[in-house]
Design a protein around this ligand. Structure first.
Ligand SMILES: C[S@@+](CC[C@H](N)C(=O)[O-])C[C@H]1O[C@@H](n2cnc3c(N)ncnc32)[C@H](O)[C@@H]1O
Length: 208
């Protein structure tokens, strides 16, 4: 088990119990995503956490593969889905690369609060583009610390990780995120910011 997996496994219970920090913004994200979904669609969510978003969208699509590296997060997600009588989500312990979905097999991919936690962001975005059908959508929400004073956390991340009090966090600027998404072969259709100093970028991008 790697250090990130350990961190998120330990965090799972408190993550599940903590209330959504900005209910109105979360609902806006759900509504904007849902407006693009239909009952024939196959989705994949990577870094699904405790499954709240996948469970919300499940009644509006054919099937969702929801993957995460934390078995504890997945256990909670499976229980929540079962309590909600949701049967069209398959929860799998996996990274996106390991999951290796078929090329052009998906209508939408969700990556919410995850891209800033991954070291290999550009190759992940390329993988998202590979597995989406042409015209498929990629919905993401990403913390961009690089344009704020929070960029100075960069040197303390390795120590925080070692002490088990911080996850892997990568400092990126909004402009870097935009370029990386475009370089992977997407057109950005919608983009807005929220959170402290507008550091969180919600984005809807379409595979060209
Ligand atoms: C900040 S939480 C976000 C959870 C959920 N997407 C949400 O918005 O509430 C990050 C999640 O990503 C998972 N994660 C971290 N690195 C991952 C990776 N390389 N592949 C898949 N999941 C990962 C963690 O286990 C955790 O559940």
């Amino acid at each position: 088990m790697n250090i990130s997996e350990k961190f998120w496994d330990k965090k799972a219970e408190s993550y599940a119990k903590s209330p959504i920090s900005d209910e109105e913004t979360y609902k806006r994200k759900l509504t904007e995503t849902q407006s693009l979904l239909n009952p024939t669609m196959r989705l994949l969510e990577f870094g699904c956490g405790t499954g709240t978003t996948a469970i919300h969208h499940a009644p509006h699509v054919l099937h969702i593969d929801a993957i995460d590296i934390s078995e504890n997060m997945l256990d909670i997600a499976r229980e929540k889905a079962s309590n909600a009588n949701i049967e069209n989500i398959t929860f799998t312990h996996s990274t996106l690369t390991e999951f290796n979905a078929d090329t052009a097999s998906l209508d939408a991919v969700l990556g919410l609060n995850i891209l800033h936690l991954l070291p290999e962001r550009q190759s992940i975005l390329t993988e998202v583009a590979r597995i989406l059908k042409p015209g498929g959508i990629f919905v993401s929400s990403t913390v961009c610390l690089g344009d704020s004073l929070f960029r100075f956390i960069k040197p303390i991340v390795p120590l925080g990780k070692l002490l088990g009090i911080m996850p892997d966090v990568y400092v990126l600027r909004k402009s870097e995120l935009v370029s990386e998404v475009q370089n992977a072969g997407f057109a950005i259709e919608r983009q807005w910011y929220h959170g402290m100093k507008g550091m969180v970028v919600f984005m809807i991008a379409r595979k060209l």
